[in-house]
Design a protein around this ligand. Structure first.
Ligand SMILES: Cc1cc2nc3c(=O)[nH]c(=O)nc-3n(C[C@H](O)[C@H](O)[C@H](O)COP(=O)(O)OP(=O)(O)OC[C@H]3O[C@@H](n4cnc5c(N)ncnc54)[C@H](O)[C@@H]3O)c2cc1C
Length: 306
């Protein structure tokens, strides 16, 4: 219907109540590390916690679905885009504060900023997360990890806003973390996360962060557009090694390519579509299953319409 955002929010309704930017038919490719993804019907970039609340209330009022977006670094958004409202939290909820050995970070804060914030203050624990792209909220939701550690290792509690507008504090135990997963639902916005760290020498911690960043750069094609590891590592094995073993490094579909440097990184060489990447995913799953009998499970989240 003219004048309506698909799914029913009248034009202007969000602008009247939400503090922040409202974007219509916004290409998701502008908001994902892959630089891939069709348009979101409407994207709200709130400037405040009030903006988040009112955006959610408006979506509820008009029965529109909500997708929560962080840094877009673990997402493959299909070429048809996302119907409904995308709540873009990257760039809001960025504040960080330290009280003794406890650090609290907003859900939209960058993980890299949090790691540096802690290292500079001589607070140890989060250094292995150096160089993990994206937001604190996205990292908590997917229990991001690197170098044998995960974001949940030092987590004390998380403040969550339900899509209904209700706020709750959840303990680490309540979030039931496992390998690249938590029990958070698609209906829960991570507003902030509190970490319990330990004292150490700030200079030594900053050096450790620099070492980890150098190691990442040596092993991963960080200079290319990707969403990090495409597949989870199967128990006792590595997805990258299995893909390499299947002879697939360097394989291309359109402008999507399996990295010649790391078999679990699929790259967008320039104009790749989600369809290209999905074809490579299907190929890798098929060949690895044929070769080793192992079914590779996705780590990257595939969302949106074909
Ligand atoms: C070069 C590169 C290297 C990477 N290396 C690693 C690595 O070493 N380890 C690793 O684990 N990952 C890695 N990743 C993947 C990615 O960085 C992580 O999964 C990251 O934690 C995703 O955070 P995000 O904010 O980008 O989330 P998004 O991709 O925006 O979203 C991911 C999921 O989290 C949800 N979400 C986002 N923000 C919130 C919030 N505030 N509240 C509730 N839900 C939310 C989304 O709805 C979605 O379900 C890498 C990616 C790239 C591009």
């Amino acid at each position: 219907m003219p004048g309506m955002v698909a799914m029913g929010i009248p034009r202007g309704a969000l602008e009247q109540v939400v503090e922040g930017e409202i974007l219509y038919d916004e290409p998701m490719s502008r908001h994902t590390s892959y630089k891939i993804g069709g348009p979101a019907d409407v994207m709200v970039c709130p400037r405040s916690a009030q903006g988040i609340q009112t955006a959610l209330r408006t979506a509820r009022e008009y029965g529109v679905s909500v997708f929560i977006l962080g840094g877009g670094s673990n997402l493959l958004v299909r070429d048809g885009g996302i119907r409904g409202l995308v709540l873009n939290l990257y760039g809001t909820l960025k504040e960080m504060r330290a009280e003794g050995e406890e650090v609290t970070a907003g859900g939209g804060a960058k993980v890299t900023a949090l790691v540096n914030f802690c290292a500079r203050r001589g607070l140890a624990g989060l250094e292995p997360m150096a160089g993990v792209p994206g937001s604190v909220g996205g990292a908590v939701k997917g229990n991001a990890g690197a170098f044998g550690a995960t974001i949940s290792d030092h987590l004390a509690a998380v403040r969550v806003l339900e899509l209904t507008g209700e706020e709750r504090v959840l303990s680490r135990e309540a979030l039931r973390f496992a390998y690249r997963q938590s029990s958070l639902t698609e209906e829960e916005v991570v507003v902030s996360a509190a970490f319990r760290l330990r004292r150490d020498d700030a200079a030594a911690l900053q050096q450790k962060v620099a070492r980890i960043l150098a190691e990442r750069k040596a092993k991963q094609p960080v200079e290319w557009r990707s969403a990090g590891s495409v597949f989870k590592n199967p128990p006792g094995n590595f997805a990258g090694r299995l893909i390499e073993g299947a002879g697939l490094k360097g394989t291309r579909v359109g402008d999507a390519m399996i990295s010649p440097k790391h078999g679990n990184f699929f790259l967008n060489l320039g104009r790749a579509t989600a369809r290209d990447v999905l074809a490579l995913i299907a190929l890798a799953q098929e060949r690895v299953r044929e070769q080793s009998g192992i079914s590779l499970e996705l780590e990257v989240r595939v969302v949106g319409e074909p």
